[in-house]
Design a protein around this ligand. Sequence first.
Ligand code: FES
Ligand SMILES: [Fe+2]
Length: 355
Amino acid sequence: MTTFARNQWYVAAYSKDIGRELFARTVLGEPLVFYRTETGEVVALADRCVHRRFPLSESRLDGDTIVCGYHGFTYDRTGTCVFVPGQSRIPRTARVPAYPVVEQDSFVWVWIGDNDKADAAAIPRAPWLADPAYTTVCGMEPLRARYELLVDNLMDLSHETYLHGGYIGTPEVANTPISTEVDEDKEIIYVSRHMADAECPSFYAKSTGIEGRITRWQDIEYHPPCLYLLHSRIAPVGVLPNEDGSDPDAFHVEVVYAITPETEHSTHDFWAVARDFALGDDEVSAFLAESNRTVVLQDVTALDVLEQVIESERDGYQELSINIDTGGLAARRFLRRMIERGSQAGSRPVPAVRS
Ligand code: FES
Ligand SMILES: [Fe+2]
């Protein structure tokens, strides 16, 4: 049985990654090819020629059509074949699936499932990434582990103390209890950890310039399956928001992850860090980009190991969960529900790619 939730939106790429070059990316085991039309819209098609399965991403664009690099079958932006070599009659079944695509908040979102169920209004938002009031650094690291391990990892930040000590982890993260709230109707999970008096990790000390201890808030908001938001608030100890909600004396960082399954055993780990201070400061941007990438790679290394362990050992290992896992367990429950709901969605006649 699949572990993927179909009939959902997933981040396939950053908008800046898609241009007039063919761009290959596998999402939920489905090989896709992306490109931008001459008028600038993003197109996503199955990345397999209907003739002999040659990857369309290894082919070439001619205007808004893709000409297969093997024998020249030519597809328009809807995936319909408009030319075959050596005959004027084009077979009725000569088409590749086209996928609904939406560009929003600097991401290219793709719908995997039944096209008629795709509702762009259901895509969760990460508005800071395209807001001039913020400066953003971002990247994507390939993870050789199933996406559920990344969900687990991000829902419990107590690991920062141990896995990311010296970067974003300090003793207070693991020592401060969390509160978890689950919105069953909207299927959103909130996990909060508010540290009143904490050491300032170098990630924030160097970027904000704060000296001394801080009040540090971490408010997670996970929109399964794909979008994870961490609202991070850093201020000198004791500085709280005003009663009207304004918060001029704090620094705000919106950490955004998009968790996109590539195959059953690999994941696209998109990360972005948006800040409302040191706007446009290239030095701060370079520091945050480098530090966050290092932190992401620490997770990647750990999760790659964990994937190997899980794949090589017997099924049915009984894990032990504690309070810090409340959010992660709620996430697993939502994901199971979504997988069940999406299992009715039609599957595509393309081979799954295993990495
Ligand atoms: S494989 Fe594409 S035209 Fe033959
Ligand atoms: Fe981490």
